[in-house]
Design a binder for this molecule. Sequence first.
Ligand code: BEZ
Length: 220
Amino acid sequence: MTLYLGDTAPDFTAETSAGPISFHEWAGDSWVVFFSHPADFTPVCTTELGRVAQLRDEWDKRGVKTLALSVDSNEDHAKWIPDINEFNKCEVDYPIIADEDKKVAVLYEMIHPAEGDTSSVRSVFVIDPAKKIRLSMTYPKSTGRNFDEILRVVDALQEADRGECATPVDWKPGDKIIVPPTVSTDDAKAKFDDVEEFYPYLRTARVRESATGGGAVGCS
Ligand code: BEZ
């Protein structure tokens, strides 16, 4: 099954380093960053899982739960976590799925056999409180991810939902947003502050503080 943006993130049950979870129930009303990594006791993964733990306050500010997966056992996770904590001066306080039978990795298409072996690649899913997949990315095993970028995407998705808008290249909180092509400039002026029209199809603006949004918008 191919997973597309906007699809409901498949539910599953799994054993994790923090006990068994039922995914949708565990996610509750939070956003979720669900990411896989190839294997325990590997160097790039050690840096990645530590970085996710170091960013705990940033995830919390945004209402995000983090969940990792590898196809290793809970026994391995328990032996490896102290190394991650020591090397990164952090506390891994989020669950790592022990997906030895690859049930969840297959469900989320995290196994790419041409990438060396049948361990999971570096997949990332951002899932919203309605359990919809809002972003998916796949990195090769050799390249550690940039979790600051994943935080930036969460910020952009949350701002887009709040303002029913889009965000431009390299957007970060405080920058002006993009008025969706589906909204006329007159309607944009009624809805947003500081609207500027560069071309009829390229308008920037600011989302009002009072905006509460209506969920995901497309650009077509
Ligand atoms: C690593 O995490 O260091 C790694 C894992 C699999 C392949 C290459 C690197």
